[in-house]
Design a protein around this ligand. Structure first.
Ligand SMILES: C[S@@+](CC[C@H](N)C(=O)[O-])C[C@H]1O[C@@H](n2cnc3c(N)ncnc32)[C@H](O)[C@@H]1O
Length: 211
């Protein structure tokens, strides 16, 4: 129950952001397009672009990843499924992409589609006043759901822990790469690649199913 009400608050937080700033990076709490897309570049290292595939974009916001894919990989057929906690985001995404034939958007409560890959950019960052144990449980559930819905692999990103823990912002969640990489290897039976050093105080985990 604590988790449900925390997730409802997070959904409300992001609905307010998109109401205020519209379908723009600020509307999903990012500072600008270049860093938003820098995250997509890291997450998409998971995917084999030599063939067509299907993709869950978990926490899709207004569908900026779809825009990026259409520009960068115009020739590829990518079946795109965006899900988000925030009804405001799903409304903004559905408006923006209403004439795009191969994109579908739905609320996270409806679950993920079984797809080749699942990626999530920025879903673990804002925890508001959530206790760390509740947030850890939400992360574990999200990773499990992404694993179960992905035939080939999944990828997520996290904010890196600051050198001085006291300089962290209480409403944000910071992580150590080895912690969640170890969890995905041991509990979810995946091969994990840690990507870091791409100019943001963050890291990305690429999880591939063995064999
Ligand atoms: C920082 S924004 C990034 C949006 C988009 N991924 C992008 O990079 O443009 C994070 C998004 O994830 C959504 N979100 C947060 N936690 C989520 C969860 N557990 N499941 C699904 N969506 C979530 C939020 O509503 C928000 O739209």
């Amino acid at each position: 129950m604590a988790q449900e009400s925390l997730l409802a608050s997070i959904g409300g937080y992001y609905s307010e952001k998109v109401r205020e700033h519209g379908a723009t990076p600020l509307g999903v709490d990012w500072s600008c397009v270049p860093t938003q897309e820098m995250r997509f570049v890291q997450l998409l290292k998971l995917c084999d672009f030599s063939e067509d595939f299907s993709l869950n974009d978990v926490g899709c916001g207004y569908g900026a990843l779809l825009q990026f894919l259409k520009r960068r990989y115009r020739r590829r057929q990518i079946q795109y499924f965006g899900t988000d906690l925030s009804d405001g985001m799903i409304a903004a995404a559905s408006r923006k992409w209403r004439s795009h034939p191969s994109a579908r958007f739905s609320l996270a409560s409806q679950g993920l589609q079984i797809s080749d890959y699942s990626v999530a950019s920025g879903i673990f960052n804002v925890k508001l006043n959530g206790a760390n144990e509740a947030w850890d449980a939400i992360i574990r559930n999200s990773l499990q759901r992404m694993r179960d819905a992905s035939r080939k692999g999944f990828a997520v990103n996290f904010l890196s822990a600051p050198l001085n823990p006291e300089s962290g912002i209480a409403e944000l969640y910071f992580a150590e790469p080895e912690h969640w990489a170890g969890y995905c290897e041991r509990q979810l039976n995946t091969e994990v690649e840690i990507v870091r050093g791409y100019g943001l105080k963050e890291f990305t985990l690429l999880m591939r199913h063995p064999g």
